[in-house]
Design a protein around this ligand. Structure first.
Ligand code: ATP
Ligand code: MN
Length: 353
């Protein structure tokens, strides 16, 4: 049995893995070093993703590097046209773990050989998209709805390619997932706004709708809002849970390629769930306070956590600075909520309540 098989078997109703779980390190190492035997394109998504096959049926989801780490989200791009960043996937996993959520699958960086580890292992339609560029580099573009064409090809430099490798979720046939619309989903339209952007009482309505009217789910959305605000991810349109665990289970933190794009801008609208509901889980507040008060700031802890990654340094320094600044903003938001506390619901809650 592979480390990934074991990891998948141990997923619980409350988290993907245990605190300080050695298995996570084993899995990261496997994905970063095991021989790759086949690659194919994952269909369904908007931007290119490859399924990486290793021996023993281990699989990873690969997102390629497109730009250097200093490149920011293009100023005229919407969150839904922003290019995905492999470094955001890696950093988000580490951040999710540091915040004590453990709702994101482990992700490692790895440098591949374009010829022997990609071209030689591709077949079918994916293989047909490989070509040699004018500067003699091997490139491919795959088939998808955004940026899968010759003008947006992914090229070796000269023959290596960096990317992120996310541990594969259990097969859908083995562990079916339920897909939920995020109540604070953005409109995904150039000109239209979503209801939550116009209705300041939006949370009152959400609080009455199952599964947000009882149990942990609303608190989990607050955690997700904190997590996304820290990374700057505006692309949380849906989320998924494992069906076997029912409704009172954690939402998976998936798809973080659009985080870490704007280190000099703090996008307060991502924090709307927390600010509109005036709600936060007690353990999450404690974690944020711990990083705020030090001695170890969130930026330092994240840098340390990612320092052993094969593609370290994973993040451009301004992204790390942004984290500490954003922790302060979240805490100030919570202070304001407590100060004006005129609602019937307490601001800081435990799962049991
Ligand atoms: N680690 C993983 N293992 C297996 N499947 C995954 C993993 N992460 C994500 N997926 C699945 O792949 C789907 C697409 O992934 P992702 O959201 O990253 O792609 P996307 O191109 O951004 O798609 P969309 O544009 O719909 O958001 C997800 O909805 C999820 O079901
Ligand atoms: Mn996505």
């Amino acid at each position: 049995m592979s480390h990934l098989d074991l990891f998948q078997l141990r997923i619980s109703k409350y988290e993907l893995y245990k605190r300080d779980d050695q298995l996570v390190d084993d899995l990261l190492r496997d994905m970063a070093t095991e021989r790759i035997v086949h690659i194919s394109q994952k269909d369904g998504g908007t931007q290119i993703k490859l399924i990486i096959d290793y021996p023993n049926n281990m699989q990873a989801l690969f997102k390629p590097m497109r730009f250097p780490r200093e490149q920011q989200t293009l100023p005229n791009h919407f969150y839904f046209t922003d290019f995905e960043r492999h470094t955001a996937e890696i950093a988000s996993f580490h951040l999710d773990r540091l915040l004590g959520f453990r709702r994101a699958m482990p992700v490692t960086g790895r440098i591949l050989n374009m010829t022997t580890e990609l071209y030689a292992l591709a077949d079918g339609d994916l293989l047909k998209t490989f070509f040699v560029s004018p500067s003699n580099n091997l490139c491919f573009h795959g088939k998808c709805s955004y940026y899968c064409d010759t003008a947006h090809a992914i090229c070796g430099n000269p023959d290596t390619l960096e990317g992120s490798f996310a541990a594969f979720l259990p097969a859908k046939e083995m562990a079916p997932r339920k897909v939920w619309r995020h109540p604070w989903r953005r409109s995904y339209h150039k000109r239209r706004k979503a209801q939550w952007e116009q209705d300041s009482d939006y949370c009152t309505m959400v609080r009455d709708i199952p599964p947000y009217d009882s149990g942990r789910r609303l608190l989990d959305l607050m955690d997700m809002s904190v997590f996304d605000f820290l990374t700057g991810n505006m692309d949380r349109h849906h989320y998924e849970t494992f069906k076997v665990f029912g409704n009172d289970t954690f939402p998976l933190h998936l798809d973080h390629g659009r985080g870490f794009g704007k280190p000099f801008q703090d996008e307060l609208s991502i924090l709307a769930p927390v600010l509109q509901c005036c709600l936060l889980r007690q353990s999450t507040l404690a974690t944020l306070l711990k990083f705020h008060n030090g001695p170890k700031k969130l930026s330092e802890a994240l840098k340390e956590s990612m320092s052993t990654d094969p593609v370290a340094p994973v993040l451009w320094e301004p992204h790390l600075t942004a984290l500490d600044r954003r922790v302060k903003i979240i805490l100030q938001g919570i202070r304001d909520c407590i100060a004006k506390d005129d609602t019937l619901e307490p601001v800081i809650q435990n799962d049991a309540s």
